[in-house]
Design a protein around this ligand. Structure first.
Ligand code: EPU
Length: 421
């Protein structure tokens, strides 16, 4: 149980201007990728979030020299002093993306001993496709003492993923970038952070083509140099802010975005009657009337992202009519709706589908965050509700959102931290 809770006084329309931070799911791939470089790397636009801090501790454990200027959103990593390829379970279990240490260390040292990853409990999250990819590249794999052990001199191969997997695509790309010869990843994930990681590696000397399509071709190189790189803005934070503006019937501008990354969400908000427009790196969200119910199905990029399903389904709890939300990526990503029932939400869950009957009002209540995006969904519920909402275990939110409370308060919300009894 966290020592603090978030207390939200609801029903305040958001208005004004804000900005989006660097992408979490890009950052957690780029930081391990630095292990493949032979010189110092400076990463710009890195968000100050718990997952980044955990990765910093892991890199320091490995022997890298790391400094992080949170004010400037800049991390400097010198990987030349790395002296071990082992990441014990007490580190790896602190986050999901610790699995990228497998591909990065394997690519660097020809060996990686890494504990099982942790992360949000949103359903079963196997990594069989990562392991299949490493094996196809020539790694031998065994499990021993709670560690996954990978070893081998890697050479290029053709890997056909059985499903579109972001983590699997990135991890195998990390392992293959310095493997001997030519690797082809078929049925690769096309998410923006896959493209950003490929751009980072290419800017350090890698030879990766096709990222953003479902076929990625990698010609192995002997070395990657150092340099500096700026990570892309966070697509899910942008979407969460857009949904928060819609939820409070607000009028906001979000700066520093890539609007095309938001097309799937924008289309759904327009369908609900929300006004969304964009120019260059700014997105404006305005609401003039009540929202209409919609049908929503999560899909891989460029479809509607599962990571925005939870904030969006919170918003749908107050839309006029009956909405249907189909979650196709994870088998247990509706826990926030159970919490929201205590706020008056009318929801029926059947397997991976939630049927949401919009209600005119939600009432503030004590609720508990159970995962990162579910926590953000409860914040949106609290912003919409009458009275006071208390969110327990809000540290889930700090894993992936930089300064969310401050950003919302600067837009006129009333969100504060208080000691949890
Ligand atoms: N899957 C397998 N086997 C594998 C890999 C994946 O069966 O080897 C299945 C998963 O169980 C899931 C689906 O394939 O049902 C998609 O999983 P994917 O590998 O794409 O997800 P991930 O790499 O574990 C990343 C993000 C998630 C985001 C998903 C989907 C990171 C660190 N995590 O997870 O982000 O939901 O892609 O876009 O990048 C979040 O930010 O809140 C979050 C959960």
């Amino acid at each position: 149980m966290d020592q603090y809770k978030l207390v939200i006084q609801g029903e305040r329309p958001l208005s004004g201007e804000t900005y989006v931070s660097g992408g979490k799911n890009t950052s957690v791939a780029v930081i391990p990728a630095v292990l493949l470089c032979d010189d110092v790397v400076v990463i710009e636009n890195l968000p100050d979030i718990e997952d980044v801090r955990v990765l910093r501790r892991i890199l320091e454990h490995l022997g890298a020299k790391v400094s992080f200027d949170a004010e400037q959103s800049r991390m400097t990593i010198d990987p030349r002093s790395v002296n071990t390829c082992e990441v014990p379970f007490q580190y790896s279990q602190q986050m999901r993306a610790s699995y990228y240490l497998m591909g990065a260390l394997l690519g660097r040292c020809g060996e990686a001993n890494v504990g099982y990853p942790g992360g949000c409990d949103i359903g079963s999250r196997p990594i069989d496709q990562h392991i299949k990819g490493f094996s196809m590249l020539g790694a031998e794999i065994e499990e021993c003492g709670g560690l996954m052990r990978f070893k081998g001199k890697l050479s290029g191969s053709v890997i056909n993923f059985d499903m579109s997997t972001v983590g699997g695509t990135i991890n195998v790309m990390l392992a293959a970038v310095k493997a001997r010869g030519y690797t082809v990843l078929n049925n690769a994930a096309r998410e923006p952070h896959v493209v950003d990681l490929a751009n980072f590696l290419n800017s350090m000397g890698a030879n990766i083509k096709g990222a953003g399509t479902d076929t990625i071709r990698i010609r192995g190189v002997d070395r990657l140099h150092g340099g500096s790189y700026t990570v892309i803005p966070d697509q899910i934070e942008t979407g969460t802010l857009m949904i928060a503006a819609a939820a409070t019937r607000g009028d906001i501008a979000i700066h520093g975005t890539i609007p095309t990354h938001m097309d799937a969400l924008t289309a759904k908000l327009l369908e609900m009657g929300v006004s969304v427009s964009s120019a260059d790196d700014v997105i404006w969200v305005r609401v003039k009337r009540g929202h209409r119910a919609i049908r929503l199905t999560t899909q891989v990029y460029p479809g509607f992202p599962t990571d925005l399903q939870q904030p969006m389904s919170a918003l749908l709890c107050r839309a006029g009519g009956r909405s249907e939300v189909n979650e196709t990526i994870y088998d247990n990503r509706f826990k926030h709706l159970d919490e929201m029932r205590r706020m008056g939400a009318k929801v029926t869950i059947s397997g991976r589908t939630a049927y949401i009957e919009g209600v005119p009002q939600l009432r503030g209540a004590p609720v508990s965050a159970t995962d990162l995006r579910g926590g953000a969904a409860l914040v949106i519920a609290g912003l919409m509700a009458t009275g006071v909402t208390e969110i327990y275990n809000p540290s889930f939110i700090a894993r992936g959102y930089e300064h969310l409370e401050q950003k919302l308060c600067s837009l006129g919300a009333d969100v504060r931290r208080e000691e949890a009894e």
